[in-house]
Ligand binder design. Structure first.
Ligand SMILES: Cc1ncc(COP(=O)(O)O)c(C=O)c1O
Length: 411
């Protein structure tokens, strides 16, 4: 008789769904804050002492940064970071091959050229050696991504960036709460960019922020985010030609209320993530990302499992995920491909985007071994699963164990 749920057996993790908080969470405090903002009649941050200003201060302080500039989403926050660093026409920006498309599209949006750097398949983030090997005369900036909330190796990356006089942007869309050697990410490089889109650890539907410790960059980003106006001076005096990246007061009020919940959730996810990693390592063939003592707090967007099919009698990853889903575990496979394989990087689709006269790498012929290996093995769990308690995570572990023990049913 079939044991696996995919073959009609009972689902091991049938109770898991009810243990995972629905996401995004609308707490009573968040609802009250949103309603108050709505009724205040102040929906745009043109006033001094705005909710956006309060949120910027609070989030920057939580993330160990001197300045924060709240913006409309985590894509324009990357664009604003690059523009603030005066990255533009024809400049080359190094970006990891595995990330969400916005990390690369922000580069073309400012007229620059993305050059993909390989990742380390054990950490899912930019390989320092590959970074060193990828720098050319045209390289002006590096956009690192703390993928899944796993920070890049700053001990290796910072000296390379500084030695070569490059501008460093941290894409922290996955990394709310992540700490490197006791310091939160975001202002370790020149500028950091966060997303508050609804699936993120801190969510307001849409939203973002840039962080920096640099006073000059902060002032420039603030001017640029407000179509060249000084915030709090809502007249028609504009000091730089730019765009409108502002966050609305309604979203800022929501974020301010939800920020109170974030540190506790980050802590809980960190502790539970360690618990899950420990248990998975005992099964074999389902490794977490590499353990590293320098990561003092792990923020999460995904919990990543590196699936080795040879430990599962050759069961393809796709089938493993389907079997896991049938047991009641909401596993996925991240973004599914290295970015250079996206249709957007086909020559005919690039022609309309890249300014005339600017040369691009031949993306279609690219094959980076670390990225290819990582993508072949990547299984992802969404971060709210880490709020399902140890009992919830035991259901995940038991489901994987069950698939391993009964893998012959699937072959
Ligand atoms: C790594 C990364 N960078 C940037 C973004 C863009 O954020 P947003 O959706 O807020 O524009 C995302 C969104 O998922 C992301 O995952």
């Amino acid at each position: 008789m079939a044991k696996l749920a995919i073959n009609g057996g009972p689902a091991e993790a049938s109770e898991l769904k009810s243990r995972i908080p629905s996401w995004p969470k609308a707490s009573t405090k968040a609802k009250k804050a949103l309603l108050e903002a709505l009724e205040s009649g102040k929906w745009c941050r043109v006033y001094s002492g705005s909710k956006a200003e309060q949120f910027e201060k609070a989030f920057a302080s939580y993330h160990d940064a001197k300045h924060g500039i709240a913006v409309a989403n985590g894509t324009v926050s990357l664009e604003l970071s690059l523009k603030t660093g005066k990255i533009g026409f024809g400049d080359e920006v190094l970006v990891p091959a595995v990330t969400f498309i916005a990390s690369a599209s922000a580069i073309t949006e400012v007229g620059a050229v993305p050059r993909f750097v390989d990742i380390d398949p054990e950490t899912a983030v930019m390989s320092p050696k590959a970074l060193k090997d990828s720098i050319t005369d045209m390289t002006k900036a590096v956009l690192v991504v703390h993928y899944a909330g796993y920070p890049v190796d700053f001990d290796e990356i910072l000296p390379i960036v500084r030695r070569n006089g490059l501008f460093l942007v941290e894409d922290c869309a996955h990394a709310h709460g992540t700490e490197w050697k006791g310091r939160k990410v975001g202002a370790i490089g020149d500028m950091g960019s966060f997303s508050f889109q609804e699936s993120k650890s801190l969510a307001s539907g849409e939203g973002g922020i840039v962080l920096t410790d640099n006073d000059v960059l902060a002032e420039r980003a603030r001017l640029m985010h407000n179509i060249g106006r000084v915030v709090g001076r809502p007249g028609y005096e504009h000091f730089i030609l730019s765009s409108n990246y502002r966050l609305s007061e309604l979203q800022a009020a929501l974020l301010l209320a939800k920020l109170d919940e974030l540190p506790k959730e980050v802590e809980e996810k960190h502790v539970n993530g360690e618990y899950l990693a420990e248990k998975l390592m005992r099964i074999g063939g389902v490794e977490p990302l590499k353990r590293d003592q320098r990561i003092t707090k792990r923020g999460y967007y995904f919990f990543v499992i590196r699936y080795d099919k040879t430990e599962f009698n050759g069961l393809p990853k796709k089938r493993f995920i389907e079997a896991l889903n049938a047991e009641g575990v909401p596993a996925g496979s991240g973004y599914g491909m290295p970015l250079y394989k996206q249709p957007a990087f086909k020559k005919e689709n690039l022609d309309t985007v890249i300014p005339k006269g600017v040369k691009t790498p031949d993306y279609e012929r690219l094959s980076l071994p670390g990225a290819e290996k990582y993508i072949a093995e990547e299984v992802t769990l969404p971060h709210p699963i880490l709020l399902s308690g140890k009992e919830g995570l035991d259901l995940v572990v038991n489901s994987i164990q069950k698939i391993k023990e009964n893998v012959d049913e699937l072959l």
